[in-house]
Design a binder for this molecule. Structure first.
Ligand SMILES: [Zn+2]
Length: 327
């Protein structure tokens, strides 16, 4: 059913089961992280709910509703999502509310997929809440939200809530082997870089980011040895500098973990010796400070628009030298 991404199957099966038993909830909220392909889970659930003649938990794939869903042209299937990066506004919700108040065009079920529910403005959330509080027959809301996001508690309380988390490493490894030809060791590194999320890991492998990170962290090491921020500065990418900051942060976090003898969730598994050597030359307090400095740089660059990126980076790197390395 969800063979595309095997880790979705348990959640799909449990939710689809409730519909097979006639107990499908009118508002299903699934919280999940990016990199797990949760969109596919919503697509399959929508198909199952729309199907006129489902085969237990699976849509039949043959009926008119299934054909319309496959062609992405079912008139009773609607999506509510941020448009052009903007939050989901109250007008969008009102429009959906009006549509679902009408009779289903295909005389079957209606589905509204709310993508990025944490992006509802307060007014939009309240408008949606009204609809969720008065369930209509044959009308189902499927809501997706980031696992770290906070939603209006009242919306939360109206939903049946599910959590989708990263699959076990063996399952991710097995799936990656069907997608690419890299060595097992590379896959393990990509998975730890991608927080255990298989789609992130695949992207990392396909874009050659393991090698890029290795090269960049070697340059970071040179900078550390030679105390030369002006040598490292030009190596920051014009577009992906936040990614490179994350690499430095991962290196620092692993160094701190080494210092504190914590072995879980290491990210820089391909440069273990470098991490250990660096860690041995620092104090735990120094490493903590280094992490704070780089986190500040990251959040400054992330939140402020139109700033001089290079200046902020240079300032951060200089602080690493004066406040950590030379203390
Ligand atoms: Zn069908």
């Amino acid at each position: 059913m969800t063979a595309l991404y095997p880790w979705l199957t348990p959640t799909y099966t449990q939710i689809a089961q409730t519909f097979s038993e006639g107990l499908g909830h009118h508002a299903v909220l699934i919280k999940s992280d990016a990199g797990l392909g949760v969109e596919h889970l919503f697509e399959m659930l929508s198909r199952r709910i729309m199907c006129f003649t489902p085969q237990d938990i699976a849509p039949c794939g043959q009926c008119h509703a299934c054909h319309l869903m496959q062609a992405h042209s079912h008139p009773d299937y609607h999506e509510l999502s941020p448009i052009e990066g903007k939050d989901i506004g109250v007008d969008q919700v009102r429009e959906i509310n009006e549509i679902v108040a009408q009779h289903a065009q295909q005389n079957g079920n209606k589905v509204v997929y709310v993508k990025g529910a944490e992006r509802l403005t307060e007014a939009a959330a309240n408008a949606l809440l009204k609809t969720l509080e008065e369930p209509r027959p044959n009308t189902y809301f499927l809501l997706q939200a980031d696992s770290a996001a906070s939603l209006l508690a009242t919306i939360y309380s109206r939903c049946q809530v599910w959590h989708l988390s990263s699959p076990p490493t063996e399952m991710s490894q097995a799936w990656l082997q069907t997608q690419c030809e890299e060595e097992k060791q590379e896959m393990a590194t990509a998975l730890s870089m991608g927080f255990g999320r298989p789609l992130f890991a695949l992207e990392i492998l396909q874009q050659g980011l393991i090698e890029q990170r290795k090269d960049f962290l070697r340059q970071f090491w040179r900078f550390y040895r030679r105390r030369s921020p002006l040598e490292l500065l030009p190596l920051f990418d014009k577009v992906h500098y936040l990614r490179q900051l994350d690499w430095i942060l991962a290196f620092l976090a692993d160094s701190l973990k080494h210092k504190l003898h914590i072995s879980a969730h290491r990210q820089v598994t391909d440069l273990v010796r470098g991490v250990e050597q660096f860690s041995d030359e620092q104090t735990a307090l120094g490493l903590l400070q280094a992490i704070q400095i780089m986190q500040k740089v990251r959040s400054d660059l992330h939140s402020i628009n139109g700033v001089n990126v290079e200046l902020i980076l240079l300032d951060g790197l200089t602080k690493l030298i004066t406040e950590v390395f030379e203390k």
